[in-house]
Write a protein that binds this ligand. Structure first.
Ligand code: F6P
Length: 336
């Protein structure tokens, strides 16, 4: 048996650990040949594929990024390709010519959609959720999230120094696309005084009141954690908008920090390494049993899988009754 493996969408900590988990289980345990497809689905278009061997896997467990390279290529989006290029047919040709029995697709929401379309075209597919945003539907957690939260939490910890020394309001913007998972988890873990998420509307006057009330209690500084996806005016970026509004509302000196790609680079946490390894191994188990068309998922403390067709097109967002939101409200740091 021969399988291909690709990584698509934004890089995140733990991708290489998953590649290692898939390959070690395939090569050593089942004697399955594995081929690395470079730069996401673009590698299938360009036939950019190389064999992966035991030697390719050395040092992968703690390495950030993806050794296979990635791209945001969406081969099923017709309007994105010239009329002369039939990208789905080009991919099927490569898979047929290379005699690949299954494609393992590691990626976030966009990747799950493309993987589902590939499956509908008759290709055996098993997918693995990967994103710092934690917004892939069907899995409790995706690897990369814990690492991003750790980095963002450390950044918030460090901002406390300037906030208290200069008596400023420090606004930090974290990633998450349309979801507030990173903001919620890092904001709570870092002791943020106000946490703003795309899923929960906020009131700028209440933010001002919170900051003034802290001043009255002898705390003339605040940390505000904002998700990049929150609603703003005039197309302004989240941190810039909130920092300007707070300065206007309260008269406080404000500063903004956009954490950016720092939060998705570098080595995965121990939790992410193990989650990625388990998910990779489980994907190979399914392939060995001939079970295709499924996305690997963490359910409670068990690794399981869900039908890929059920995942595609759905987003897992923070709900107002989430435990951390409830506690954040009790502590006056979350709205809703
Ligand atoms: O999906 C992961 C993510 O890092 C989001 O949090 C962010 O909005 C986006 O990717 C950034 O994408 P790009 O790498 O294309 O700039």
């Amino acid at each position: 048996m021969k399988i291909g493996i690709l990584t698509s969408g934004g890089d995140c900590p733990g991708i290489n650990a998953t590649i290692r988990g898939v390959c070690k289980t395939a090569i050593n345990h089942y004697g399955i040949e594995v081929y690395g497809i470079h730069n996401g689905f673009r590698g299938l278009l360009d036939d950019d594929i190389t064999p992966l061997t035991e030697n390719s896997l050395t040092g992968l467990l703690n390495m950030g990024g993806t050794i296979l390279g990635t791209s945001r290529e969406k081969p099923f989006k017709r309007r994105m390709s010239p009329a002369s290029e039939d990208k789905p047919a080009m991919m099927l040709n490569t898979i047929r010519n290379r005699e690949l029995d299954c494609i393992v697709c590691i990626g976030g929401n966009g990747t799950q959609k493309t993987a589902a379309k590939l499956m509908e075209s008759g290709v055996n597919v098993v997918s693995i959720p990967k994103t710092i945003d934690n917004d892939v539907w069907g899995t409790d957690i995706s690897f990369g999230f814990d690492s991003a939260v750790s980095i963002a939490t450390e950044a918030i910890d460090r901002l406390h120094s300037t906030a208290s020394s200069h008596q400023r309001v420090m606004v930090i913007e974290v990633m998450g696309h349309k979801a507030g998972w990173i903001a919620l988890h890092s904001g709570m873990a870092g002791g943020g005084d106000i946490i703003l998420l795309p899923e929960i509307p906020y009131d700028i006057h209440r933010i001002g009141d919170t900051i003034i009330n802290r001043l009255k209690k002898g705390k003339p500084y605040s940390i505000v954690v904002v998700a990049e996806g929150i609603q703003t005016m005039e197309g302004k970026k989240a941190a810039q908008y909130i920092a300007e509004e707070i300065a206007y509302e309260t008269g406080f000196e404000t500063r903004e920090t956009v954490l950016g790609y720092i939060q998705r680079g570098g080595s995965p946490t121990a939790f992410d390494r193990n989650l990625a390894t388990r998910m990779g191994g489980h994907a190979t188990e399914l392939i060995a049993q001939g079970l295709f068309g499924r996305m690997i998922a963490l359910k409670g403390d068990r690794i399981d899988s869900v039908p890929l067709g059920e995942v595609a097109g759905k987003l897992k967002l923070v709900t107002p009754d989430h435990d951390l939101i409830l506690q954040g409200r009790r502590m006056g740091v979350c709205f809703g």
